[in-house]
Ligand binder design. Sequence first.
Ligand code: AMP
Length: 204
Amino acid sequence: MTASATSTARLLIVGPQGSGKGTQGVRIAAAYDIPVVSTGDIFRANIKEGTPLGKQVTAILDAGDLVSDELTGALVRDRLSQPDAASGFLLDGYPRNAAQVSDLDGFLGEQGAALDAVILLDVPREESIARLTLRATEQGRTDDTPEAIAHRLDIYEAQTAPILDAYGARGIVDTIDGVGSLDEITERIFAALALRGLVRTAAV
Ligand code: AMP
C-alpha cells in the first residue's frame, strides 16, 4: 500500500443517463480508494427497503422527475460528513442543477474543501437511449420506460448540462469521450486525473 495519508480526491462524474458513469464511477472509486456517493442508488435502496424516504420518492423516480433540492441536499450533506468521505469521494448524480451546485459548494466550504475535478462523460443522445433501452430489458428498472428515459435526458440537457458551465469556469472539468470499450474509457479518465496531479492509491 503506497497510499499517502494526505492525498484526497473529491470528484464528480457527470453524464447523461446511459453514459456509463455508474460503471466508470465504481472503477474510479476503487482506484482512488474513495466511496461512490450516488444519490440515485441511495433513493433506490430506500425504495427497496420501504423506508419513509423511499415511499416519499417512489413516484418521483418512476416519473423520471427530480426529487426536491432540499431533500436531496440534506441526504448528500449527511453522507459527505461520514468518516469514509473525509479524504475524498466520487459523487454520481449530484449536483444535478444550479441550485444543487451552490448547496454542494456550501457543504464543502464548511469543511474547507472543494471539488478537485469534474469528469464529463460525453455520449451522444442516441447512444444513451440505445444503452438505456438495453438496460431496461436486462435489469427491469421501473424508471427505464421509453417515456421516462426521454424525460430524464430532457432534464439532463436542460438542467444538468448547464452546471458544467459553472465548473468549467473554475477550470476543473475534464471532458472524456464516453464512446469506446469500458477499459479505454477508464484509461482516458485516469490519464486526465493524473494530469491534475490526483494520485491513485490502488492499482486497478
Ligand atoms: P440516477 O440513478 O442518477 O439516474 O437517479 C435516478 C433518479 O433519482 C432520478 O431520475 C431522480 O428522480 C432521482 N435523483 C437522483 N439524483 C438526484 C438529484 N441530485 N436531485 C434530484 N433527484 C435526483
